[in-house]
Design a binder for this molecule. Structure first.
Ligand SMILES: NC(=O)C1=CN([C@@H]2O[C@H](COP(=O)(O)OP(=O)(O)OC[C@H]3O[C@@H](n4cnc5c(N)ncnc54)[C@H](OP(=O)(O)O)[C@@H]3O)[C@@H](O)[C@H]2O)C=CC1
Ligand SMILES: O=C(O)CCC(=O)C(=O)O
Ligand SMILES: [Mg+2]
Length: 745
């Protein structure tokens, strides 16, 4: 591995990828001038698909597997990766990218739903590698430190975003299962020694079915066995759908089918089938024949019936519509286009959808385009309860006030595929009634056992000891550095977390915690404690497992800052490298939609700016590089000025957007470099740039803003034409020339 100071900037999807066309040339100009290499690696969904099928592509079309390369890099001390959000593809997205690439002339095979030959099995296995959250778990060889930097918090206090009002009479609430879900039957243990285990089902008829032949476990690792009962889930859905209808409240479903790519599409599909129960009963055989799979959304059903003769299709559609008469109103994703919560499992993603609802005063859009109270259904009770606690709090105290509320940074246990988010290859839809065992391969000992029924979802989760130690260390460090009370959100009634609590108590003793305020509380108490402080303007660090890391790092930022894009998101890699994620949100498909319609990109790249500071600082420290240090310091100052001057993108066409915000960042960064006296050469170079940018500010902004208002065609959604995208994202000739001038000295 090369030892030269190098930053890897990832190319991803959708809005962040588009923003990169504009931002990267600026970053390149500044880092080139300082002799720092910035290289890119393409981990977009399209690139990941293409990299898996070299044998189907021409030589020019082939690309390397950049994700595998970065996965290996994350395990060496030189790693310095800036990771932008990427698509975690649901099945509909995977099909769409395949289709788009085929249309662009890449001879990719079709996705075989039911592979029969070895060749088809191989194709499916390859495609399945890119499904769901396939990037983050590979790169996250460390735990997570996400927080709002001071300047960002101050900006939010100064320019508070709007918040919906909460009424005590709001009927919005969370519904979760009270029995039969993963929480209730969970079993957990800490391994006394390294063991190899298998996951097997002993069926009621006495047959043994090995579902996972081998999992290698380390000493001190925590493993869990848990299942969700299909019967209990279906009863739960029926009850909640009926309750929403009877009480006249809108129905919504919130899952994370992208990250929980095996379990949640099933959980989602059952809800759709129960909601449209009558139509499924009547047309069940036909749907089976057509290969309808609503785990991929109701859109899949509509696609499949499109091939039917018109009269038959109309009958199905009218039976689907008839279901609505007996069912509650459904929350909409896009009421203007008639897209409901059931359209696709990647349209409503719990970490972002629940905070957006809470921010809006507990409301979601109905079919008539109005905001309404809603029943938010989240079958798994493990973490759903935190949202109800927050809703209770809002009903009692009113909406949070971003101008005064405290901040809640997070330290998340994430490394080495920790907990549920690493369980996909050990998650199974149980084929037959029986006993599901995790069994030691060498001794035959059954370590954990569950009685399961056909259709239940059974999984095994793991978390290794070293990541837990590292997580506790990071929590203590953050507690000391910030002086904030620090709360481990751990529920002693949950077997897995009970095992974690034992370790946390042990590993806390490895650190000097004198004078630090560190608590361990169950989630609901932790939420309450934190919120009591939040409304008093007090700050509290949350230290959580992997799922709550994800949920809380959208929840609090969306309330505090209006978006999680403004978070600093650092992953100190366990082997010494640094992974710098940008923001805590996703790839914002709605932003792309707006760009395509009116050439305005409202994506805020602040997360990228913050990540770049952290990445340059890391590089400066690791390689003792003064120029990296200088660039970092100047960029940090620029970020401060950027916020103070309120140069974030506007949401409205014709006003400053992502591109204009990049111009101001470049100006302020150059100003900071021109103002320093440590490095005369950089000072002169950037003083010239400042002069040019300032003299041409009005022209540049006009060049950037005047292109807006027209639709644009990027010649591809998942795999746009690079040249076209670059032209769209860099419409200012004057700015481009000024940047070229810096690059050339
Ligand atoms: N780290 C990662 O790689 C992550 C990837 N994802 C992936 O992203 C995709 C979309 O996820 P989804 O949950 O729908 O939500 P997103 O987080 O992408 O977007 C939800 C909303 O958050 C706001 N937002 C997010 N980022 C920004 C930003 N940089 N600037 C301004 N506003 C922002 C936007 O609000 P508004 O529309 O009001 O402007 C946006 O519509 C999925 O494919 C998902 O798997 C999701 C989370 C993390
Ligand atoms: O990897 C994913 O699919 C989502 C990740 C995510 O939501 C997060 O890290 O906050
Ligand atoms: Mg998230």
């Amino acid at each position: 591995m090369s030892k030269t100071p190098k930053i890897i900037y990832t190319l991803t999807d959708e809005a962040p990828a588009l923003a990169t066309y504009s931002l990267l040339p600026i970053i390149d100009a500044f880092t080139d001038a300082a002799g720092i290499e910035v290289e890119t690696r393409d981990i977009s969904l399209a690139a990941r698909v293409l990299s898996l099928f070299p044998d189907y592509l021409t030589e020019e079309q082939r690309i390397e597997d950049h994700l595998a390369e970065l996965g290996a890099l994350a395990k060496v001390p030189e790693a310095n990766i800036i990771k932008l959000p990427n698509i975690s593809a649901s099945m509909p997205q995977l099909r769409a990218v395949i289709k788009e690439l085929q249309e662009q002339g890449y001879k990719l095979p079709e996705y075989p739903d039911e592979p029969s030959s070895d060749e088809e099995k191989d194709i499916k296995a390859r495609y399945d590698k890119v499904k769901g959250s396939a990037v983050n778990p590979v790169l996250r060889e460390g735990n997570s430190d996400r927080r709002a930097p001071k300047a960002v918090k101050e900006y939010a206090r100064k320019y508070p975003h709007s918040m919906g009002e909460w009424s005590q009479a709001s009927r919005t609430h969370v519904s979760h299962m009270h029995s039969g879900d993963f929480y209730h039957g969970e079993k957990s243990m800490t391994l006394d020694r390294a063991r190899n285990v298998k996951m097997e089902l002993i069926t009621a008829s006495g047959e043994t079915k090995v579902l996972k032949p081998r999992v290698e476990l380390l000493e001190g690792e925590i493993i869990d066995s848990m299942f969700m009962s299909k019967k209990a889930l279906l009863e739960f859905y029926e009850r909640e759908i009926e309750d929403a209808r009877k009480t006249g409240v809108m129905f919504s479903l919130h899952v994370k089918a992208t990250m929980m790519k095996v379990s949640h599409p099933i959980v989602f599909g059952h809800c759709v089938k129960i909601f449209y129960k009558d139509a499924f009963e009547k047309h069940g055989d036909l749907f089976k024949e057509l290969g309808v799979d609503v785990n991929n959304g109701i859109a899949n059903l509509y696609d499949k019936i499109a091939t039917l003769p018109e009269s038959q299709r109309d009958e199905v559609i009218s039976d689907l519509h008839a279901c609505h008469d007996k069912r509650p109103e459904l929350a909409m994703v896009d009421s203007a286009r008639g897209i409901t919560n059931f359209h696709s499992p990647s349209d409503v993603i719990v970490d972002a959808s629940m905070p957006a609802m809470i921010r809006a005063g507990g409301k979601m859009y109905g079919a008539d385009g109005r905001l309404k109270d809603v029943k938010a259904v989240m079958p798994e009770s493990t973490f759903a309860r935190i949202y109800q606690e927050m809703i209770n709090f809002c009903k009692w105290h009113g909406a949070f006030d971003p101008a005064t509320m405290g901040t809640v940074p997070n330290v998340g246990l994430m490394a080495q595929k920790a907990e549920e988010y690493g369980s996909h290859d050990k998650t199974f839809e149980v084929p037959e009634d029986g006993v599901a065992n995790i069994t030691d391969l060498d001794t035959g000992e059954v370590l954990l056992s569950q009685n399961v029924e056909q259709g239940d979802i059974w999984r095994m989760c793991q978390v290794k000891d070293a990541p837990i130690r590292d997580w506790v260390k990071l929590a203590v460090e953050r507690c000391r550095d910030s002086g904030m009370p620090t709360v481990f959100w751990l529920d002693p009634y949950r077997p897995h977390e009970n095992e974690l609590i034992k370790k946390v108590k042990t590993y806390l003793k490895d650190h000097d915690t004198a004078g630090l305020e560190i608590h361990i509380m169950s989630q609901v108490r932790a939420m309450r404690y934190t919120l009591e402080r939040v409304i008093r303007g007090l700050d509290t660090i949350s230290v959580t497992g992997n799922i709550l890391r994800d949920y809380l790092t959208d929840l609090f930022p969306i309330l505090e800052l209006g978006t999680s894009a403004k978070m600093l998101s650092i992953v100190p890699l366990m082997d010494g490298g640094g992974l710098f994620e940008t923001g805590a949100g996703g790839s914002a498909p709605k932003h792309v939609q707006q760009l395509l319609e009116e050439n305005h990109l409202r994506w805020d790249s602040l997360g990228e700016f913050l990540a770049l500071v952290a990445s340059l600082e890391h590089l400066a420290k690791r390689f003792d590089n003064d120029r990296a240090k200088l660039l970092a310091k100047a960029l940090d100052e620029a970020n401060g000025k950027f916020l103070e001057s309120n140069k974030s993108p506007s949401r409205k066409v014709g006003e400053l957007d992502n591109r204009g915000s990049h111009f101001y960042l470049a100006l302020y960064w150059a100003e900071a470099l021109a103002a320093q006296d440590q490095d005369a050469e950089l000072k002169t170079r950037f003083a010239r740039l400042v002069e040019t940018l300032k003299a041409n500010e009005a022209t540049i902004i006009d060049e950037l803003n005047s292109v807006q208002g027209q639709p644009v065609d990027l010649k591809g959604y998942y795999h746009p034409n690079g040249e076209v995208a670059s032209q769209v994202m860099r419409p200012s000739k004057t700015l481009n020339e000024a940047l070229a001038m810096v690059a050339n000295g």
